[in-house]
Each structure stands twice: as C-alpha cells, then as structure tokens.
Write a protein that binds this ligand. Structure first.
Ligand SMILES: Nc1ncnc2c1ncn2[C@@H]1O[C@H](COP(=O)(O)OP(=O)(O)OP(=O)(O)O)[C@@H](O)[C@H]1O
Ligand SMILES: [Mg+2]
Length: 344
C-alpha cells in the first residue's frame, strides 16, 4: 500500500494541453475517483501515473518515491482497463498466473495468491475455463483478479465497467467498492459516470479541460459545488441554473455580492407553499414517472426551463399552471463571469 502524490502535473501533445497542472494527494488506502466529461484528461492522467505516458512537467510520487523516470513495471501498480484484455487462448487460471510467472514468483506463492483472488472474486469454479466461456461480468472479475494477485501498492482503474450492461455495472460497482474496502489498496478510478463516481469514491476529483474543478468527498461536492461546471455535472437530474433575475424580487434572499446566477437542486423546488419561500409561476411541460418519484419539466413564466424531482406521480398534465416554491437555503449562488461560488 502507498500514498500517491501528483505535483503540478502537465501533459502536452504538441499544441494541445491535455493535462494543465494537476495537484493531488491520495492517502494510503484511499479510493479517489477522477470524473469529468470526455476528453478532459482523465485517461492521460492515469496513464502518466502508470508510466504508459511520459510527463511534460511535474512530479509523480508513489509511496514517497519519485517515479517519473521509472518504467511501468518498476512502479508497483496494477491497472484494470475497460477492455479486459484477457489472453483468449489461456484459461482463467493461466490469465491470473501469467504476470506472476513472468516475474519469477515461486510456484507455491502463485498458487496461494491465485486461490485467494479466486475466492475473493468467487471465480473458483471457472479457473479452468477460457475467457470466451465467461460472461462479461465474469471476465471483468478475472481482469480484477489479475490486478489483485499482483498485490500492488496501488490500483488504477480506467472505466472498468463501461462494457457491461446497466444492471451488471451497478452490481460490479458494489463489488469493487467492497473489494477495495477489504484490501485497502490505494486506488485511482476513472469514470465519466457521475453516479458511479458518487457511489464509489472516498473523494472525487472533478476534472474539466485538463484542470481540477473541485476535490472533495461526494457529499461535499454535491452539497457545495465550487463551480458552475461542477454544479451542472454532479447530480441527476442536473442542478437547475437560473439568472438571478428569474427569481423576481431578491431583496430578502441575502445573496452574496457578485451573484448573478443561482443553482437549485431538482428536489429543492416544491409545488407546495413553504414559509419564507420564493414563489415562481410556471407551466407544466412534461411529467416523467420513474418509479418512486417523477421528473416534472416546467417552464417558468420568466421563460426558463427547470426540472423538479417530486415524490410519487402527481396528477399534473401538460399545460397546467403551477407555482414553484424555493426556500432561500436551497439557493447555490454563483458568479457567471468567474464560474465560481460567491459564498465560498
Ligand atoms: N496520444 C495522443 N495524441 C494527441 N492527443 C491526445 C493523445 N491522447 C489523448 N489526447 C488528447 O488529450 C485530451 C485528453 O484525452 P483523454 O484520453 O485523457 O480524455 P478522457 O478524459 O480519458 O476522455 P474519455 O472519457 O473520452 O475517455 C483529448 O483532447 C485527447 O484528444
Ligand atoms: Mg479516457
């Protein structure tokens, strides 16, 4: 196990700056999730840590040791990719053993590690099968097993679940979380799926355009998004963002100086009056029942569209006039020129 330290890390491809100065300290045993839209530099960052990509400038320390010039094999990390990259002609056992054999690990030690990983991942009965005789989820488990048997200082995951169907993805997500808690191996996990990020992470690193927007626990990031980007990226349905003018009279709201935008979570807008709440007239445009709750799409009389999460299935039809109530405490104030919170 080990800490990972990234210090002012940059990566340029010619004139394109994929990573623009990342600073991050990962504690021993911590699971950090790097999340952000396609092209924001997540894989590039992970590949630099793995040693699969050179560094333009900056420092990478694993377990206190500067590894910028170290070969991938010298970094004591194991990587799990989206395409599991199992050897098709080898059995599951063969795939699990391969890396250890190459390193000259003694036979007894190989057997111990493979059996232990097979037990943890519940793939014992499949050890003699070939990858093509496994389901996608089972293959993903074998890929995890290959990382576990290395007993590395750190795991690096790059979208390891994105080849799986939605149900299996949720199941494997839980398994990875449990596994990481049990092994307590320091981990960097890349995904563009904000829900996956929220549920897995000890801390999230929200990236955008090669830069860090915010680092924090999932709760911190959800409750106090530092920027407009984070506000719109984390949360589903996304936070509603409105110009302050859409609130009408803002006298009593005590918005910090410089605030010209406000964010409101969809479950913080209500259809029943609340004490001290701002009331906004609106028209219903669409009701989407999604089981225990519904997403109600409204157009405010100011012309702005918003989404509400409401419990159950309210009997509201398209074109119905409603009033939306927002409590002052539910407002996230932002300055659209800097893109940052104004109450930070
Ligand atoms: N080998 C390369 N040569 C030139 N540009 C590259 C190279 N690899 C990545 N890039 C560019 O660097 C940026 C970051 O790419 P990266 O693969 O890190 O994104 P990502 O966040 O992992 O995205 P995704 O979610 O789509 O996987 C992109 O603009 C990409 O086009
Ligand atoms: Mg990627």
């Amino acid at each position: 196990m080990a800490t990972i330290n990234l210090v002012d890390l940059h990566k340029d491809y010619g004139n394109s700056h994929a990573v623009r100065g990342i600073n991050l300290s990962v504690a021993d045993g911590e699971l950090i999730v790097l999340v952000g839209p396609s092209g924001c530099g997540k894989s590039t960052l992970l590949r630099m840590v793995a040693g699969l990509e050179t560094v333009s400038s900056g420092r990478i320390e694993i377990g206190g040791r500067d590894v910028v010039k170290a070969e991938p094999a010298e970094r004591d990390i194991a990587m799990v990719f989206q395409n599991y990259a199992l050897y098709p002609h080898m059995t599951v056992r063969g795939n699990l053993e391969y890396g250890l054999k190459n390193r000259g690990t003694p036979r007894a030690e190989i057997d111990r590690r493979v059996n232990e990983a097979a037990e943890i991942l519940e793939i014992g009965p499949m050890l003699d099968r070939k990858p093509r005789q496994l389901s996608g989820g089972q293959r993903q488990r074998v890929a995890m097993g290959r990382a576990i048997v290395r007993e590395p200082a750190a795991f690096l995951f790059d979208e390891p679940l994105s080849n799986l169907d939605a149900k299996l993805r949720v199941q494997m997500r839980v398994e990875i979380r449990k596994l990481q808690r049990r092994l307590k191996t320091t981990s960097l996990y890349v995904t563009h799926d904000q829900l996956e990020a929220m549920t897995l992470a000890d801390r999230l690193v929200v990236m955008n355009g090669g830069l860090v927007e915010q680092i924090g626990t999932p709760t911190e990031v959800y409750d106090r998004p530092a920027t407009l980007f984070v506000a719109s990226f984390i949360g589903s349905p996304p936070m509603n963002l409105l110009p302050v003018s859409a609130l009408g009279n803002t006298q009593g709201l005590n918005l910090p100086a410089g605030t010209d935008m406000v964010g409101i979570r969809p479950d913080q807008m209500h259809l029943e009056p609340r004490p001290g709440a701002t009331a906004l007239p609106a028209t219903a445009e669409l009701l989407e029942p999604i089981g225990g709750e519904s997403h109600l799409h409204l157009r405010l009389d100011s012309g702005h569209s918003v989404i509400l999460s409401v419990p159950g299935r309210p009997s509201i039809t398209e074109g119905t006039a409603v009033t939306v109530y927002i409590e002052p405490a539910a407002l996230h104030p932002f300055d659209s020129k800097t893109g940052r919170r104004t109450d930070a």
